[in-house]
Design a binder for this molecule. Sequence first.
Ligand SMILES: [Zn+2]
Length: 348
Amino acid sequence: MRIEGYRIHQWGGPLRWEPFDVEPPGPGDVLIRVEACGIGLTVLNCIRGDLANEHATLPRVPGHELVGRVEAVGAGVTSPAVGTRVMAYFYLVCGQCDACRAGQDSLCRNLAGWVGVHRDGGYAPFTVLPAGNAVPLPESVPAAQATAIPDAIATPLHVCRTRARIQAGDRVAVIGAGGGVGIHMVGMAACFGAQVAGLEASEGKFDIIRQTGGVPVLSRSFDDIDLHPVWDGAPPTVVIDLLGSSTSLTWALQALPLGGRLVVLTTFRDVDVRVSPRDLVLREITVLGSRYASKAELRDSAELVASGRIRPVVSHVVPPADVERVHRELQEGRLIGRGAVDWTGGRQ
Ligand SMILES: [Zn+2]
């Protein structure tokens, strides 16, 4: 089948809009007709080649937050069936190892790469993926809204439920609260019953932080963060850092009280933070890394959206021709929440 879409021809180079062939799904694979695909910073990182290795061949269609419908299945695929509405799981996992069997998919011992880096993603109207990467999605969630589920919402669910175990009474500070994942982190922590401070350098994002259930706090520098108006002087019990700078991490560690937890989600090379064992012990601080989400967390995230408990923040839904414009807004830090490219052209 001949289609037109965006492809990467060189990591870090410009995207090229072009016609190309999509092969029928091979054994274990499914062909997905893409309804929409999320546009966020992770996609830009993938295009830049940050996740590429010797197994990441070119040309490649980027975009991992894709939502669509199974159009055809390859040999041996029993689920999902043709016609099933699905969203893509980002990691190419083996499904066989002890982590996969335990439902800790993002810790797969045999990770084969990422959708949009090692397999074609959703910046084109069709893609072929392993059947295990096509996770069922309720019919009731509109496509553009649903693009936030498989990463921007599932990642916060993993943080709040599995890693930090947030409960009613927790005071949660989210650093980078106005970003695509950050804004959904605010909503998820609030959904878990926490009182949430949304630390954000751009005042243009304060309204959406308020609407999502957080109290915005200006954080241009970490020398003068004022949390007093949020919790009347009490410290955060949990800090979730989506910025990942030495200064944000250093601030987070000193801001925590006895028993506090710090959750780290960034993977920048060459960033260090000083941690004192004495301090960890005397304050019983927990430092947690959080890596993506499980397939079950994708399904549960979809239920949270379908039931209205979590509201996706997808501010720009654009036709394919406008993808680069949304990329620019992202790079300039002006995008509210996520963007999405719509492949339905009005059909659904
Ligand atoms: Zn595995």
